[in-house]
Design a protein around this ligand. Sequence first.
Ligand SMILES: C[S@@+](CC[C@H](N)C(=O)[O-])C[C@H]1O[C@@H](n2cnc3c(N)ncnc32)[C@H](O)[C@@H]1O
Length: 444
Amino acid sequence: MIPAAQVSAAIEILDDLAARRRPVADALKDWGASHRFAGSKDRAAIASLVFDALRKRASAAWIMGSDTARATMLGALREARGQDAAAIAALCTGERHAPPPLSEEERARLETATLDDAPDHVKGDYPEWLAERFAAAFGDRAAAEGAALAARAPVDLRANILKASREQALAKLAHLAPIPTPLSPIGLRIEAGQGRGPALPAETAYVKGLVEPQDEASQLAALLCAAAPGEQVLDLCAGGGGKALALAGQMHNKGQLYAYDADGRRLMPIHERLERAGARNIQVRQPKGKADVLADLEGRCDLVLIDAPCTGTGTWRRHPDAKWRLAPGALELRLKEQAVLLEQAVRFVRPGGRLAYVTCSLLREENEDQMAGFLAVHADFAALPGAETAERAGLPDLARFASPHGAGVRLSPASSGADGFYVCVMRRGGNAERFPLPARRGEG
Ligand SMILES: C[S@@+](CC[C@H](N)C(=O)[O-])C[C@H]1O[C@@H](n2cnc3c(N)ncnc32)[C@H](O)[C@@H]1O
């Protein structure tokens, strides 16, 4: 397909999304099924255009003065890809499946429209209903934070230190030109291009378990829990096991990690991942109807991790359709689930043990406010200041990400280049001496 035809296809898919309000992956899949002539490179290019249009949906519509699929795509070619009016006009010839030519108004807008007078939620490409919450989280940096969440994300990998050091993983993947991540001592980064990312499942380093895909912020969230070899750890929301695998690495396969999730189906990928990673200290606890499958862990855990269900506002770079599909009701639901989980976790934390609460959200209600609510009724828990959490995890550089709004550490793409994440480690009253010092990081 010629590039202009790819743009036409992207506009068609954006139209479909607007009409049916469904996940972008479904719309792309359906388009592929009904256009079998399109090869994998074309599909990847079209998907990339659609994703860019979704990332910049509000700002593109603002500069074009319209929120039709065509206007959004044309505006995004400028806003996301830096194409000028002449380059966009050259695509819109109306010939051979190309979009129809630019109207005079479209051309003028592409040449001169600016975001100068746009409100923050347009400058930052986030939903208007979240404007107040972004302002509460970031003050006058809300638009800049939103804009960073509307950029493309790099591909981050975690070196699986059970099998290889970061240096060894970098060498094995040298043909992909990875660089070390700036904050995680075990991360590798492959910068984002416009096309397809690396075909990771075909890489020997991946097949052999030397690396796992994991955003740098998610790696840091696990590292900040400072799980130590020999500990008893419960991952209460283990899902596909991303954090559990990182924790097993920290523990050097020593001690025991219990991986549980209320939704047993979400645990399914974990078994194959454990195998590949060579993680031998993880016991998967599958939910079994009403049975209390974690009863034996009561009061025994050195560390309980809640990787909580959340709005995912911190991961919008990777899921740009999610920000427009997020509804206020979903936020309310997540807040309730988080509060329930915090209560459920309490019974497993031994005196002197830690409770780590993690979200990939940037909203205060899901983070600092949720912690304040919990701590207000659990006097036996105390939040470690963000700087101390960083220090104890052997990552003193992260002290600068201590949340300005309360307990915990907050990362965002604008502040750190990684996804948005929030981590709060709390200690339960008791023998503080037993809080172990972290193991040395990065050992192969
Ligand atoms: C953010 S995801 C976990 C991601 C996972 N830890 C990872 O790193 O790949 C949140 C998980 O919490 C689970 N969950 C929600 N409520 C729960 C509850 N009350 N008890 C246990 N798990 C719950 C969901 O099923 C979901 O898999």
